[in-house]
Design a binder for this molecule. Structure first.
Ligand code: S3P
Length: 430
């Protein structure tokens, strides 16, 4: 196990053009290429553990992946039964989307993951998929991996989801593409919509109306190949947005980030807190893409209780900004945090308390009394976003974070970028 020590930072001014490529879009680009009838070309694919696992899985499923180190060229002749156990590693997105993709494929498939993923709930996808005829099983009556899937015929459906989850929506859309008729999926709050954008770009017939009902027509044949350059990941970029907002006098430009509204709500929350943030749109193909400029300004407390799915992954880093703000910030309606890579309500609360911050815990969130962050010893609980959030907090006061290997699941060059701001050392734990 490795631990990282970061020292207090001086003010910085940076342009970052190598924020990690978007994880959600990278997973999808690999998986969706399997639905096309030609060579999909994917530039700037995220080479991190989670998405490399997905790439390995599509190879096991028969895809041919040519990789010149920069661009991936992916082709496939349909999904083939695999001799291998399909290992999603730490990735909930990988496992849940593969459930949807494999439910209609010919053959028997076994999906597994690391000890954290094997404890996360899968019934949110296995139950609706089973209800349309998918044959999926796993521990605890299909809730926990390893999961076994025997692909087969799927019935058309109309499903209303009780949780705003892009993973559930995407799994059901992938299943709908091979169902025996038109399908409808309704959500109560729009979750990230990369699946719909990308599949539509490939020629699938998918429409979402103003009541958030997505209608999906079954495929008549293969889709057009994808030609995509994956934008930078706003969830990764956000760590450096928080860094610039809490280190007095700092300024950062985050280049080439997806500005998809379902992904940048945390930047708006930080702006509401008083941070000086501007967005510059540069292009718009499958996604709007541009630069985000963040300059230091003193922060005030806010309440966050709406459009939670638009900033769910950024809440741990936002909690660090809240700890540095004047007043009591509140996060509510965020129960989904409990089933992420760690129980992020518990890990944010215990981490901030270890840094001397007063925090009240709720079942669905927390209240943070802004104050003076102090150097603490933080356990990441194997959760990349917890590890990175507390290293960013360390820019104020120094910090020691245990178990930092998990950062490689989403942001392999995080330390290289952090070193441009502060002294950092990573060492083997005693
Ligand atoms: C993701 C959706 C979100 C998010 C996760 C990535 C995706 O999960 O937290 O990091 O790529 O679809 P939920 O769909 O469970 O909210």
């Amino acid at each position: 196990m490795k631990r990282a020590l970061v020292q207090k930072a001086k003010c910085f001014s940076l342009r970052i053009d190598d924020i990690a490529p978007d994880k959600s879009i990278s997973h999808r680009s690999a998986m969706f290429s399997m639905l096309a009838d030609g060579v999909s070309v994917v530039e700037n694919f995220l080479r991190a553990e989670d998405t490399l696992n997905t790439l390995q899985i599509i190879r096991h499923l028969g895809a041919k992946v040519e990789d010149d180190g920069k661009v991936l060229r992916i082709s496939s002749e349909g999904i083939k039964e695999s001799f291998e156990v399909l290992d999603c590693g730490n990735s909930g997105t990988g496992m849940r989307l593969f459930c949807g993709l494999l439910s209609s494929a010919q053959g028997h498939f076994v999906l597994t993951g690391d000890k954290y993923l094997r404890s996360r709930p899968m019934k949110r996808v296995t139950q609706p998929l089973r209800s349309i005829g998918a044959k999926i099983d796993g521990r605890n009556d299909g809730d926990l991996a390893p999961l076994c899937i025997r692909g087969g015929e799927l019935k058309a459906f109309s499903y209303e989801s009780q949780i705003a989850s892009a993973q559930v929506k995407s799994a059901l859309i992938l299943a709908a593409l091979h169902a025996d008729g038109e399908c409808r999926y309704k959500e109560n709050e729009l979750s990230r919509d990369h699946t719909e954008r990308m599949l539509k770009g490939m020629g699938a017939q998918i429409e979402t109306d103003e009541n958030l009902v997505t209608t999906i027509q079954p495929l008549q044949g293969p889709l057009k190949p994808l030609h995509i350059r994956v934008p930078a990941d706003p969830s990764s970029a956000f760590f450096f947005a928080v860094a610039a907002s809490i280190v007095e006098g700092s300024d950062v430009v985050l280049e080439g980030v997806t500005l998809n509204p379902t992904r940048i709500e945390a930047f708006y929350a930080l702006k509401r807190m008083g941070a000086d943030i501007t967005f510059e749109l540069k292009e718009d193909k499958y996604e709007p893409i541009g630069d985000i400029h963040v300059r230091f300004a003193s922060l005030e407390a806010i309440e966050v209780s709406e459009r939670i799915s638009w900033l769910i992954d950024e809440l741990p880093a936002l909690a660090v900004a809240m700890a540095c703000a004047k007043g009591r910030s509140v996060v509510k309606n965020a129960k989904e945090l409990r089933v992420k890579e760690s129980d992020r309500i518990a890990t944010v609360v215990s981490g901030l308390r270890a840094c001397g911050i007063e925090v009240e815990e709720f079942e669905d969130g927390y209240a943070i009394q802004g104050g003076e962050l102090q150097k603490g010893k933080i356990a990441s609980h194997g959760d990349h976003r917890i590890a990175m959030s507390f290293l960013i907090a360390g820019l104020k006061c120094g910090m020691e974070v245990e178990d930092v290997e998990c950062i490689d699941t989403s942001f392999p060059n995080f330390f290289t970028l952090l070193e441009q701001i502060a002294q950092v050392s990573v060492e083997e734990s005693a």
